[in-house]
Design a protein around this ligand. Structure first.
Ligand code: FES
Ligand SMILES: [Fe+2]
Length: 337
């Protein structure tokens, strides 16, 4: 039985970068312990289905696409985009049983990602006009598969206190460990908060931020944390230059996730993608060993379970909001097992 609370099935989650989904190459993905096959019809529409052929339980992801159908690799039964089996080569079409179907899921492509909801989605995707604006350059980094729950990966992205220690010289400075005052506003499934804090100067290795000419660099960070696992972060340095981070974690199972980090900028449009990609490989690599060591693997949503200080206000509000929205599955473990 799934360890996940029902509500998570009603949320959009990413399963891959869209560029990874080639027209003739279905692939397997995992989401909330469900095995999926992801594939495209000829018009480019992405489809998500249970990765299971009703005939003998074979993984459809091992098959191929023909005539806008996915073909099972074992006996070549063909399933259309609605999940109906429309061809059984071993017999005539008229006698296809109505039970010959596979389960389909809501699927869409946006912001360069393939999104799947396993049940009727209750929250829309965030609106991020910068990522759909031709004046902005978009760079896809990662993906970052970690041995942790998605909740831990997301909280790490929101955690201010670790920057000087885990990312010295890149995102923080051990000489300036104080976290500035900030407050969190929660409206429904979205947390809003902003921070202005001293900026670590651009390193020579990774000149990715827009702070060169400022004497005492300050970075303004405006966050939207969309429950359960999505963050929109807008960075500014007081001028026209802007940067947006779109981070979202795919919950594969309760101790596996994959992070997708998409970055938009309206400056340095000619810089090769590899600069930001290498920068994020470094940052996420520094975080990964820390987060994979955390126990339990899932964020404990009961506030009594860890020790929270004032600068942890995001984590406190995240845990409260996850509970309020019925997205905290941790205490479901007793029931499910
Ligand atoms: S197992 Fe899929 S067609 Fe037989
Ligand atoms: Fe970090």
């Amino acid at each position: 039985m799934s360890k996940f609370t029902e509500k998570l099935f009603h949320c959009w989650h990413p399963v891959a970068y869209a560029r990874a989904l080639l027209p003739d190459a279905p692939f397997a993905a995992k989401l909330l312990d469900e095995h999926l096959v992801i594939w495209r019809t000829a018009d480019g529409t992405p489809h998500a289905m249970r990765d299971l052929c009703i005939h003998r339980g074979t993984a459809l992801s091992l098959g191929w696409v023909r005539n806008d159908c996915i073909v099972c690799p074992y006996h070549a039964w063909e399933y259309n985009g609605e999940g109906a089996c429309v061809k059984i080569p071993q017999q005539t079409r008229l006698s296809i049983p109505s039970k010959a179907r596979t389960v389909t899921y809501a699927c869409q492509e946006r912001y360069g990602l393939i999104w799947v909801a396993l049940d009727e989605p209750v929250y829309p995707l965030p609106e991020i006009p910068e990522l759909e604006n031709d004046g902005w350059k978009i760079v896809e980094t990662g993906p970052f598969p970690w041995q942790s729950d998605a909740s831990r990966q997301v909280e790490n992205f929101t955690d201010f206190g670790h920057f000087p220690w885990v990312h010295p010289g890149l995102l923080g400075d051990p000489e300036r460990p104080l976290v500035p005052e900030y407050s969190v506003e929660t409206s429904g499934h979205i947390l809003h908060y902003s921070v202005v804090r001293p900026e670590a100067p651009n390193s020579d290795d990774f000149p990715v931020f827009a702070n060169e000419e400022v004497v005492k660099p300050e970075r303004r960070s405006r966050y939207e944390l969309h429950l359960p696992y999505t963050i929109v972060l807008r960075l500014g340095w007081g001028g026209e230059k802007g940067m947006v981070y779109f981070f979202v974690s795919q919950p594969l199972s309760d101790n596996r996730c994959t992070g997708y980090c998409i970055i938009g900028r309206n400056y340095d449009l000619d810089q090769p993608d590899s600069v930001l990609q290498a920068f994020e490989d470094t940052i996420f690599g520094q975080d990964q060993r820390i987060v994979e060591s955390q126990r339990p693997e899932q964020v404990p949503f009961d506030l009594a379970d860890e020790l929270h200080l004032k600068f942890d206000a995001v984590a406190v509000n995240y845990r409260r909001a996850m509970q309020a929205q019925g997205l905290d599955y941790y205490h479901y473990l007793d029931v499910a097992e």
